[in-house]
Design a protein around this ligand. Structure first.
Ligand code: CTP
Ligand code: CA
Length: 225
């Protein structure tokens, strides 16, 4: 259900949200991944749908139900997520990249289970493509929101990512702070644009963070021609 008629601030907008962590396979029974519950991205998708948007949620594996009114595109690896996102770029007005994408993947996926032999094992990892950075290069009219998960120097690192990846907004998330970060139901974030801090949101539900973030993005999006 919608809140009320006046809150449909994303009516007619096509919103693409990425959420969850990607998993990068080592062999048929093992993988590496990032800490991520997917809750922040799912909250954004759910709230965007309640605001009237047509929402596509590209998500790594999570334990969460599909948010009401959203179309789920399940993915596993960063390479899968890249394909799912880039193929939908032109059909999106607002892109919000809350996913915890693995920065590296195993250089080879072993076709058979790796057997334990020697006392140590070295895995070779190769860098994954930066999906957000590619979006920043390819985007036309789309409004792009990135996330920056940091454990120190939040403002500096977040602003640096915003510039490097050509985002319109970046959501700085101090994941070492009490009440913020991946697993809980609350978050505290600092939202930046090119000129610096736009708004600091104190610890509150991920639902409330999602709502405020979407309000800020909606207010800055170009009206449709
Ligand atoms: N991101 C992405 N593709 C990647 C890595 C990150 O699209 N391969 C996106 C994330 O979804 C997020 C933003 O980039 O919106 C920042 O992710 P983060 O991990 O904080 O930054 P990195 O650029 O990967 O830098 P680092 O992990 O070294 O801090
Ligand atoms: Ca990263």
């Amino acid at each position: 259900e919608r809140y009320f008629a006046g809150s449909a601030i994303l009516q007619g907008k096509r919103v693409l949200v990425t959420a969850g962590g990607t998993i990068e396979r080592i062999d048929p029974v093992r993988y590496i991944t990032n800490d991520s519950s997917g809750k922040m991205g799912y909250a954004i998708a759910e709230e965007a749908a309640r605001m009237g948007a047509q929402v596509t949620l590209v998500s790594g594996p999570t334990a969460l139900p599909v948010p009401k009114g959203c179309q789920l595109v399940p993915v596993k690896s960063a390479l899968d997520m890249r394909e799912a996102v880039l193929s939908r770029l032109d059909a999106s007005d607002l892109i919000i990249k809350a996913a915890a994408v693995a920065d590296y993947r195993p250089a080879v996926i072993e076709p058979q289970k790796i057997k334990k032999k020697s006392d140590s094992l070295t895995l070779e990892l190769v860098k994954n493509p930066d999906i957000l950075q590619e979006i920043g290069t390819l985007k036309k009219e789309q409004f792009v929101v990135g996330f920056a998960a940091e454990t120190e120097k939040l403002d500096e690192h977040a602003l640096d990512k915003l510039q490097r990846k050509n985002c319109d907004l970046i959501v700085g998330n101090d994941v070492s702070q009490e009440g913020a970060g991946f697993s809980g139901d609350t978050n505290a974030v600092r939202i930046f644009d090119r000129n610096g801090l736009v708004e600091a949101l104190p610890v509150q539900s991920k639902q409330a963070v999602a709502r405020r973030l979407l309000e800020i993005a909606a207010a800055r999006m170009k009206p449709k021609r």
